[in-house]
Design a protein around this ligand. Sequence first.
Ligand SMILES: *[C@@H]1O[C@H](CO)[C@@H](O)[C@H](O)[C@H]1NC(C)=O
Ligand SMILES: *[C@@H]1O[C@H](CO)[C@@H](O)[C@H](O)[C@H]1NC(C)=O
Ligand SMILES: *[C@@H]1O[C@H](CO)[C@@H](O)[C@H](O)[C@H]1NC(C)=O
Length: 263
Amino acid sequence: MGAVFGTIAILSGTTIFVSAVDCTREGLLTAAQSYITAQTSGKIDGLKLSASNFTYQFNNKAADISKGQLSQALKLDLNRTSADTVACASYTMFISTSGSKPYVVGTQIRHKDNNTDEIAIIDTISATTGDLFFNAKDTLKYIQAEDWTAIPATGRPSRELLKKVGDGYLDMWTDAKAADSIPWGTNCERVEGSKLTKPCGGSLPHGGSSKQNGMRRYVIDETLGSVDVLCQFDSLGPWPDSHEVRVVDGKVKYVHTITVMSK
Ligand SMILES: *[C@@H]1O[C@H](CO)[C@@H](O)[C@H](O)[C@H]1NC(C)=O
Ligand SMILES: *[C@@H]1O[C@H](CO)[C@@H](O)[C@H](O)[C@H]1NC(C)=O
Ligand SMILES: *[C@@H]1O[C@H](CO)[C@@H](O)[C@H](O)[C@H]1NC(C)=O
């Protein structure tokens, strides 16, 4: 799927052809779409999983993909994908309110060697009834109303800023100064599970826990101005978690959290 570029290197009089493959947004979105198709059909046959080394992780534990959530067809009310061409990874979130169990799910898909034709890792945080502030219909209502229009090329937040905002957010429970390091927008909205807080910048934690939130995995998308971090929320409990933040005009506009507490 990636464009191929050639570089000629001259080494001790020998000409060597070295090729590099770019990770493309289009390739990432195609792979993410194959995940959505698998989830809505309950069939994993259409997923191009790496034959040599594929890992499926579900709520922070290695799992068997053939027996997991993807083999159960779900009707989706909403889905959205962001793409990280540097890490060659994508983040897809979806909400399903109408099945035998409702779900709010965040999944990162990773590719090796920039090859989006093969999936190396599917890494899912899946919340349902009983999880933190869980109510899929309320979450749907809030997230449906949001504006996720791509940010014009001249106004995009840098990769560094997005990483800093994602880390700053997860550090608030252990670092008393983290909350004030984040550029909160005045009309920022936080949807924690299904709990809406507006504006985001008030009543924030300022340290207090000695355990850093760990196992952080990032998908950073400058085009949408978003960072998603999957982690284990160790500062409060070893909870499988997804925190997604969107930055618009240099300030935090949206925060979404998915936190799994049930077994
Ligand atoms: C992967 O793609 C990215 C983005 O296009 C590029 O910066 C990087 O050099 C590529 N890496 C490899 C190993 O080809
Ligand atoms: C397989 O993938 C896992 C997860 O990305 C990695 O830790 C491991 O080193 C890989 N193994 C091989 C043989 O490439
Ligand atoms: C996923 O979202 C896109 C964009 O909103 C929409 O066009 C598509 O129908 C959705 N897919 C499913 C399976 O709901």
